[in-house]
Design a protein around this ligand. Sequence first.
Ligand code: SF4
Length: 156
Amino acid sequence: MSHDRPRTEAALVSACLLGKECTYKATHNGDGALERHLAAEGIEAVPFCPEEHGGLGTPRPPADLTAAAEDVLDGKAEVRTHGGEDVTLAFARGAAGALEVCQRLGLKRAFLKERSPSCGCASTHVAGAVVEGPGVTAALLRRHGVECIGVEGRRA
Ligand code: SF4
């Protein structure tokens, strides 16, 4: 019976999806459908915001990758604010922090906010457009075998 299922799994979750006001605009992307899904599956959410962890304040200027996240991880591309500031190191620190939490807690899955330059899974922001491909954190987690599940955010 489902209510007897032990809470044996935990997963990393973009903190903004859980209601934390940590987006670049200091808003949140609280997602009721995700919270119900996690509760039904008995998954404990471990909230994490890569951009705050990386040292970027909230609010903060919006930022885009200059090319695919894989290239950012390999040092061949950057992350820049719309004003042109290079924030690559902060994004890399945020991604490394997410990976460290997953490895320390043994998390195999991450539920991450779609389209974010950090958390996007199917799509992200590159050079002023939303394109297919992960953000920096999702790309790093996937490299290390963490399954990344994109979540739309702000669903009832
Ligand atoms: S999408 Fe990721 S980096 Fe952006 S606010 Fe949410 S948790 Fe933080």
